[in-house]
Write a protein that binds this ligand. Structure first.
Ligand code: ADP
Length: 624
């Protein structure tokens, strides 16, 4: 029979995984049990909602059998099974959409991450097996099929005999090599321990034939071997257990078992609520940002159970967008098993649960921020942007929920600070919360516009994310203090006396002449109150700042907005004298200087200059 090839990208992934130096090989069993449990969940759910199906409780189980003689390990389930097409589609393709692109970016990563990121659980079997044979009969089908593969070289599918619905997976365990021992995966005690460690909470019995020895009947000196089938897991779902019985390792294992993420969760939240709506939930804040987190492909949501039965894999209504990074599950006995997606959206109980969960997540984040700052900063690095989007979105309806969770880099502290920390440090006469925007901390540090505010000894928040300024604009005020860009026209700082002196009739005329030359490129030219050592900078009037102009105009549906720019000249700088000298005497020279200064101000802002060739020619003109 001709072998079918794995899809090209699957093949490469599979090779990588088989050859990866993976220290925790034992997790293959957890992956297979988890798939089996999902399959049983599906048939269980069907039986509960379909009158024509009748099953007994004993009909749902998973069985693990090891046979040393043939070096096989078999995992059997009584789940929903797979049709021929499903075998082909589910097991013939590893990587789902978008994953290849991701893989390329992460070429250097080892198999460890790849297993988790794609949920290629089933394939982990190849870490311990030379050959995997899956025989399955789907619910409602008369025929069974066998899928077989020895790894990256492809797979075959053929008709098979199988009486009962469900799936049987046979692993031909690899031979021991000098470096690697595989025999352990054929040992009862080892397998039992692995099941206990990773799959204890699986709701269905995991059965194993366990061999022991006992005194022979009627003869207490002679012992005999006997084998009996045992259920090796406790079957109580973790969320039903008492928090005090559980360790961090249990929560971590559940997180991994459920494929919520492959990283370690940064924090878990275990809720057991017995109020108007009763529910249990285990929620996680992940440590790492999923690779597709900030893309359209990412789907938020929590698993939703009705009294222990999974009714929805990703219930989006349980999480607001700004907490979309939260993973986990909710189980409520107050939800109907038969509820449809549409009905759920309007379900009063579900809304109540969502509200409740949201406030729990917030308070957990707050305590993380308060008590475990380093962890919080790690979290913020990955998900802070989402919180800022949250504060900005929908005209800031959620800003009160989120503003205390935001961090910005502080000029003074040289680290991330909260708004509360900023405001509590403000000297009494300081009117505003000052911020500066730019590509990076380093660039902002050099911005001429920050000079006056820094000179005054005021702290400046450095906004480096595209979303930042939009977020602070929407927040508008924190504890009665307004946000103010260091580039805005009125900084709320009294001008020095010597600056006032310079606002003479003569300089006024000079600035008017410069403005006339620049035309509508700028709204006006003015003596700067904020510059100390730099000759020139741009500031803006009105709501729209230069940074916002940049962000908005870089969007695909660019509105083509223009900030009202003001060219500010430092009248205490030597260039001012040169401008004055040229004014009235040599119009061409004044225009040349004006053009140079304007273009310099654009460069400082990181804005493109209109005509770079003209600009370099202008510089040459001053040189010769
Ligand atoms: P994941 O479980 O993350 O989707 P896997 O590679 O482990 O990825 O499995 C792929 C798919 O194959 C599963 O989603 C499921 O549809 C199907 N599958 C795997 N094992 C079984 C099983 N024992 N019974 C029924 N379907 C299964």
């Amino acid at each position: 029979m001709a072998k079918k090839q794995f899809k090209a990208e699957s093949k490469r992934l599979l090779e990588m995984m088989i050859n990866s130096i993976y220290t925790q090989r034992e997790i293959f069993l957890r992956e297979l049990i988890s798939n089996a449990s999902d399959a049983v969940d599906k048939i269980y759910y069907k039986a509960l909602t379909d009158e024509n199906l009748t099953f007994n409780k004993e009909d749902y189980y998973i069985k693990i059998t090891a046979d040393k003689a043939s070096r096989t390990l078999t995992v059997t389930d009584t789940g929903i099974g797979m049709t021929k097409e499903e075998l082909e589609n589910n097991l013939g393709i590893i990587a789902k959409s978008g994953s290849l692109a991701f893989k390329k970016e992460n070429e250097a990563q080892d198999g460890h991450n790849i297993i988790g990121q794609f949920g290629v659980g089933f394939y982990s079997a190849f870490m311990v097996a030379d050959k995997v044979t899956v025989t399955s009969k789907a619910l409602g089908s008369d025929e069974a099929y066998r899928w077989e593969s020895t790894g990256a070289d492809g797979y075959t599918i053929e008709s098979a005999e199988k009486e009962t619905v469900g799936t049987e997976i046979v692993l031909k365990i690899k031979e021991n090599t000098e470096e690697d021992q595989y025999d352990e995966f054929l040992e009862q005690y080892r397998l039992k321990a692995i099941v206990k460690k990773y799959s204890d909470f699986i709701r269905y019995p995991i059965k194993m034939d366990i061999t022991g020895s006992r005194p022979k009947e009627g003869d207490d000196k002679e012992f005999e071997e006997y084998t009996e089938e045992q259920v090796v897991n406790s079957m109580v779902p973790i969320w039903r257990k008492n928090k005090s019985e559980l360790t961090d390792a249990d929560y971590e294992n559940f997180y991994n078992e459920k494929h919520y993420g492959w990283d370690k969760p940064l924090k878990h939240i275990h809720l057991s609520v017995d109020g108007a709506v009763r529910y249990q939930a285990i929620l996680y804040i992940p440590e790492n940002t999923p690779f597709d987190y900030y893309t359209k492909e990412f789907e938020k949501g929590l698993e939703l159970y009705s009294n222990g039965v999974l009714i929805m894999e990703k219930c989006a209504d349980l999480l607001p967008d700004y907490f979309s990074f939260v993973k986990g599950m909710v189980d409520s006995e107050d939800l109907s098993l038969n509820i449809s997606r549409e009905m759920l959206q309007h379900d009063r109980q579900l809304k109540q649960i969502a509200k409740n969960i949201q406030s729990k997540i917030k308070s957990q984040l707050q305590s993380l921020l308060k008590d475990e700052r380093e962890k919080y900063e790690k979290f913020y690095e990955g998900f802070g942007r989402q919180l800022k989007f949250g504060a900005y979105n929908d005209y800031g309806v959620n800003k009160d929920v989120l503003q205390d969770l935001l961090l910005f880099y502080s000029s003074k502290e040289q680290k991330l600070v909260t708004l509360d920390e900023y405001v509590s440090r403000m000297p009494e006469e300081q009117k505003f919360i000052y911020y500066a925007t730019g590509e990076s901390k380093e660039r902002i540090e050099k911005l001429p516009q920050t000079e006056l505010v820094s000179d005054k000894g005021y702290e400046i928040l450095y906004l480096t994310d595209d979303i930042d300024e939009f977020a602070v604009k929407v927040i508008a005020k924190y504890k009665e203090k307004e946000f103010k860009s260091v580039s805005s026209s009125d900084l709320g700082i009294e001008a020095d006396e010597k600056d006032k002196e310079n606002e003479t009739e003569e300089s006024k005329e000079l600035f008017e002449a410069m403005k006339e030359f620049l035309g509508d490129k700028v709204k006006s030219v003015r003596a700067s109150k904020r510059l100390r050592s730099h000759p020139v900078c741009l500031s803006t009037e009105g709501e729209l700042t230069i940074e916002m102009e940049k962000v908005l105009n870089s969007m695909p549906s660019s509105p083509g907005v223009k900030a009202e720019k003001v060219l500010e000249i430092n009248v205490n700088h030597a260039v001012f004298q040169s401008l004055k000298d040229a004014h009235g005497k040599d119009k061409e020279k004044l225009n040349l200087y004006t053009s140079l200064l304007y273009n310099q101000a654009l460069l400082i802002e990181g804005l493109p200059i209109g005509d770079p060739v003209e600009f370099t020619n202008d510089i040459c003109k001053v040189m010769v």
